[in-house]
Design a protein around this ligand. Structure first.
Ligand code: TYD
Length: 208
């Protein structure tokens, strides 16, 4: 049995966390023991992640500090892949990760960092077996966010529209990767159903 690296990415408010928890329950129901799974997220709770959260709650304009955001997200990801994700893959675990490099392509891309530069910074980092991009209209996402917390720097409607389009363009920008766009405007049940069916096939082919 080999490890599987599964990523959930998309707009804030798209329901990544809910989808990820649904996938976890599905895998447990399929008989995969909890110790064979790693549930994780970016930005992480490490030093770089903490600094990022501080910046996200203070800045008002997403166009500023692009370089500093980029450096911190990359440093956080390097540490995350080296200390957690790669060892888990080697140990044959199933990794469920909330956000990964796709967020950098989209958000830092929108902050003005060229795609090729971002691509280069990820050379040598693990490529997920599958990435689910949860897609929904920015307005719906914003409604969901406003119900639960204070808004952060990347959570303004005009910017979120661009973020949505950025995520939708990833399949074309990175055609060599296994990216699946999921319509997340539907009910939780429908979204989970689609993800579970895809995971079922993936597990079967991976021999897990
Ligand atoms: P988020 O998933 O919302 O974290 P939390 O739920 O813990 O607040 O991520 C925080 C923000 O960081 C979000 O607006 C997207 C942004 N982000 C980037 O801009 N680039 C990245 O590489 C990542 C991982 C996140």
């Amino acid at each position: 049995m080999r490890g599987l690296f599964i990523v959930f990415d998309g707009l804030d408010g798209a329901g990544k966390g809910t989808a990820l928890r649904g996938a976890r329950s599905f895998l447990i129901a399929k008989g995969i023991p909890e110790e064979k799974m790693l549930v994780t997220a970016e930005p992480t709770g490490g030093l770089h992640g903490k600094k990022l959260r501080e910046m996200l709650s203070q800045q008002v304009n997403p166009e500023v500090n692009a370089r500093q955001f980029l450096d911190l997200y990359i440093a956080d990801r390097k540490e995350h892949t080296e200390s957690e994700i790669l060892p888990a893959i080697s140990a044959g675990k199933i990794i469920l990760c909330d956000r990964y490099k796709y967020s950098t392509f989209v958000y830092q891309g929108l902050q003005g960092i060229p795609l090729e530069k971002i691509r280069g910074l990820h050379a040598g980092m693990p490529v997920p077996d599958i990435t689910f991009i949860l897609d929904l209209p920015a307005e719906t996402a914003l409604e969901r966010i406003s119900r639960r917390k204070r808004r952060e720097v990347f959570e303004e409607i005009g910017f979120m529209e661009k973020v949505r389009q950025g995520f939708l363009s990833l399949k074309r920008a990175i055609p060599e990767e296994n990216i699946v766009v999921v319509d997340a405007s539907r009910s939780i049940r429908d979204v989970r159903g689609e993800i579970n069916a895809t995971l079922e096939k993936l597990i079967a082919t991976a021999g897990n």
